[in-house]
Write a protein that binds this ligand. Structure first.
Ligand code: PEP
Length: 265
């Protein structure tokens, strides 16, 4: 098993709570200009996840000709269609303004907003019902890596928030492995560490849903990924691209990552 060459390949930028509206537009324009001129295989896609206030602006700026090449994702959502949830955004609203993806389970949301496995499962369900694609993030903190129990830790994250899905729904997810100790720290997982965990995730998917499904799921690596280390990371046989924080805030580094993913195939 390993169909690396045919799986969907993705470079997704998580802009977090950064940029003003002018900078956000400058960034998406730079990425659009690059993609308008780039020859990319049909199964390669770039995604930008701007802060909520710029989501419509950014999504509205992307030309139809980039459909399938450049998509927009939200960084969060609330798992209800509407109602008295002050400050929240429904998946329906996010879909309505032209987004295709939503990040779920990012370690910053787990840590600062106390998001539980069960709440993440509710978000995943609601997003799938709405026709959006969850990018489900998992990954262990430093003490778990040091204790050597990282595979069990990530297995629990998957089991508690996505393994209730049937095979058709599971196959619609993108999964991002992001070791917490590598996010925003400048400390990247080694290509071997990333590959080992991606292979472990694919094995868990295979045990639960069968080899064929597991082989088709796009697994992204996230954690201080940048042009200087992306080639080695993206070359690993179970790594299908990256979820990028810091290096997604400049058009030249983000587009370089798209180029590197294209080079490694
Ligand atoms: C992230 O927040 O998803 C991330 C990977 O951040 P960074 O690339 O800055 O480590």
């Amino acid at each position: 098993m390993n169909n690396k060459s045919t799986r969907r390949k993705i470079v997704a930028g998580n802009w977090k709570m950064n940029l003003n509206s002018h900078q956000a537009m400058e960034l998406v324009t730079g990425i659009s200009t690059y993609l308008e001129n780039a020859e990319l295989p049909k199964h390669h896609e770039a995604i930008v996840c701007p802060p909520m206030p710029y989501l419509f602006l950014v999504s509205n700026s992307i030309s139809e000709e980039l459909e399938g090449k450049l998509s927009v994702g939200a960084q969060n959502c609330y798992p209800e269609a509407s109602g008295a949830y002050t400050g929240e955004a429904a998946p329906e609203m996010i879909a309505d303004i032209g987004c295709q993806y939503v990040l779920v389970g990012h370690s910053e949301r787990r840590k600062y907003f106390g998001e539980s496995h069960d709440f993440l499962a509710q978000k995943v369900n609601k997003l799938l019902q709405t026709g959006l694609t969850p990018i489900f993030c998992c990954g262990e903190p430093l003490e778990i890596r040091e204790a050597g129990t990282h595979e069990t830790y990530v297995a629990t994250q998957l089991r508690e928030s996505i393994f209730h899905l049937d095979a058709t729904d599971l196959a619609r997810l993108v999964i991002a492995y992001e070791p917490v100790w590598a996010i925003g720290t400048g400390k990247t997982a080694s290509p071997e560490q990333a590959q080992d965990m991606h292979a472990a995730i694919r094995n868990l998917l295979a045990a639960q849903y069968g080899d064929e499904l597991a082989d088709g799921v796009t697994l992204l690596y996230g954690g201080s990924c940048k042009p200087a280390n992306a080639h080695e990371l993206f070359s690993q046989k179970d790594v299908d691209g990256g979820l990028i924080g810091g290096a997604s805030l400049k058009a030249d580094s983000f587009t370089k990552l798209i180029e590197i993913l294209n080079e490694v195939g």
